[in-house]
Design a protein around this ligand. Structure first.
Ligand SMILES: NC(=O)c1ccc[n+]([C@@H]2O[C@H](COP(=O)([O-])OP(=O)(O)OC[C@H]3O[C@@H](n4cnc5c(N)ncnc54)[C@H](OP(=O)(O)O)[C@@H]3O)[C@@H](O)[C@H]2O)c1
Length: 415
């Protein structure tokens, strides 16, 4: 430590490390709606340990996981960490960001002070037995989401990450653009390209829930990039227009149907018939968009309880429903008859490994995928940014906040 605390947006000399910093903090006594849960506080600046890197954060991406952190449910992340021995009684969220490498800990490699980087959102123990035996690190027992399960995320002037979390920032992006695409982009990339043999091939129809959302906007572009045919689901006309401009073949407004949620009891024939009629009507809309009676080879799921029964019905024979979240609830009903008779795959998927993070970053750096940044807030508004997500009032695409970047755009830096 060799410097005094700086205001947000006041960039120190390269390598100068203040003893204290500002962070957007959640505490258990403030659990509740995001607007109230986040508060700017002064906390000690973290120190990079072995294999770690201190990064001065320029901008951070906003994601749904820190809505849960704010609510304290379904997981109280602070209590969960304390049960495992952590002493801190607060949470600093933020699972993606962009910034400058400010200090490099002993043994850290592949990065140097002054590098402009984007930060991936997961950590694991590289010495874990399962990884040593060849497991994808995302399936390791040791894997945890940084800035959610792990404390000390990107909603602070400085953050400590593992060296492998740093990827070169695509140079043409602003700090806020660079901060917003990696979490949703890499997650969608793993869903669509990571579960062989169910990967998007040319001509494959792909159904994408929440097409105008963070995941959805990335998924539409990745599907097109691979020659697939993206079909988006949305809840408003302006979101529909957004998806069509991004490359969707067609769009379905989910408000045209009302069969969402848990399946009716199987013995309730009337309710079951009404459900099936609605769900088949939804499937017919897919055929109309495709101009043929084809079904999605892959259904990109994250909306969960409200939509999973429909996803499993409309998915093609031997196709895959791949799910990474449950925005509308976690009790997803499965009519097992569709699953076994049509030999469909229901696949869980969680964020992405380093190769997948690199792949999406390469596509973004090449200009093939747009980060879809739609809203940028100030550091003080981190709670408000999460509130709009919580209320599903967000504009299409991805959201970011400025952290130490004093303004939007390609801000130049010392060093
Ligand atoms: N496991 C992981 O690694 C991972 C990574 C990223 C995200 N996720 C999860 O995936 C989910 C989506 O993330 P995101 O960043 O894309 O969020 P987002 O930007 O808020 O988009 C989600 C979209 O879901 C749609 N939606 C909301 N409620 C719905 C419902 N009841 N039925 C159908 N669609 C509904 C909304 O679109 P319309 O209202 O227009 O339909 C919304 O735009 C979240 O639960 C998030 O936690 C998981």
């Amino acid at each position: 430590m060799n410097g005094k605390r700086r205001d947000i947006g006041e960039i120190p000399e390269l390598g100068e490390i203040p003893e204290e910093m500002y962070a957007s903090v959640i505490r258990p006594e403030r659990f509740g709606e995001p607007r109230e849960a986040f508060r700017t506080e002064v906390v000690p600046t973290p120190v990079a340990g072995r294999g770690e890197v201190l990064v001065m954060v320029m901008a951070a991406g906003i994601n749904y996981n820190n809505v849960w952190a704010a609510l304290g449910a379904p997981l109280d992340v602070i209590a969960a960490r304390r049960r495992q021995g952590a002493t801190e009684d607060y949470h600093i969220g933020g699972s993606e960001g962009s910034g400058v490498v400010w200090a490099v800990g002993e043994g850290a490699s592949g990065v140097a002070v002054g590098d402009h980087v984007v930060l991936t959102g997961c950590q694991w123990d590289e010495h874990a037995q399962d990884i040593r035996l060849g497991a994808d690190p995302m399936t390791s027992q040791s894997q945890k989401v940084w800035g959610y399960e792990l404390n000390g995320g990107s909603f602070a002037q400085f953050t400590v990450v593992k060296d492998y979390q740093c990827l070169p920032k695509p140079p043409h992006l602003t700090w806020e653009e660079a901060a917003c695409y990696l979490l949703t982009g890499a997650t969608a990339y793993r869903q669509l390209c990571g579960w062989h043999p169910h990967v998007v091939n040319p001509g494959d129809p792909v159904l994408i829930w929440g097409g105008a959302g963070g995941l959805g906007s990335m998924a539409i572009q990745i599907t097109r990039q691979r020659g697939g045919i993206p079909i988006a689901v949305v809840s408003s006309d302006d979101r529909a227009d957004y998806c069509l401009k991004l490359g969707a073949e067609g769009v379905i407004n989910r408000n045209d149907f009302d069969h969402w949620g848990r399946l009716p009891d199987i013995d309730d024939h009337e309710a079951s018939a009404a459900w099936t009629k609605q769900a088949r009507g939804f499937g017919k809309r897919i055929w109309e968009i495709l101009g043929t009676r084809a079904s999605p080879k892959i259904v990109l799921e994250h909306s969960g309880e409200a939509t999973i029964p429909t996803s499993l019905l409309v998915c093609d024979t031997a196709g895959m429903v791949v799910i990474c979240g449950g925005t509308s609830g976690y009790n997803g009903d499965v009519d097992l008859r569709h699953l076994w008779m049509r030999q469909k795959r229901l696949q869980g998927s969680h964020f992405a490994n380093l190769q997948q993070c690199r792949d999406i970053t390469t596509l973004v750096a090449a200009g093939s995928i747009d980060p879809c940044l739609s809203r940028v807030d100030s550091f003080e508004d981190i709670g408000e940014s999460h509130q709009v997500l919580y209320e599903n009032n967000q504009p299409p695409g991805n959201l970011a906040v400025l952290v130490n970047s004093p303004e939007r755009g390609l801000v130049s830096l010392p060093g």
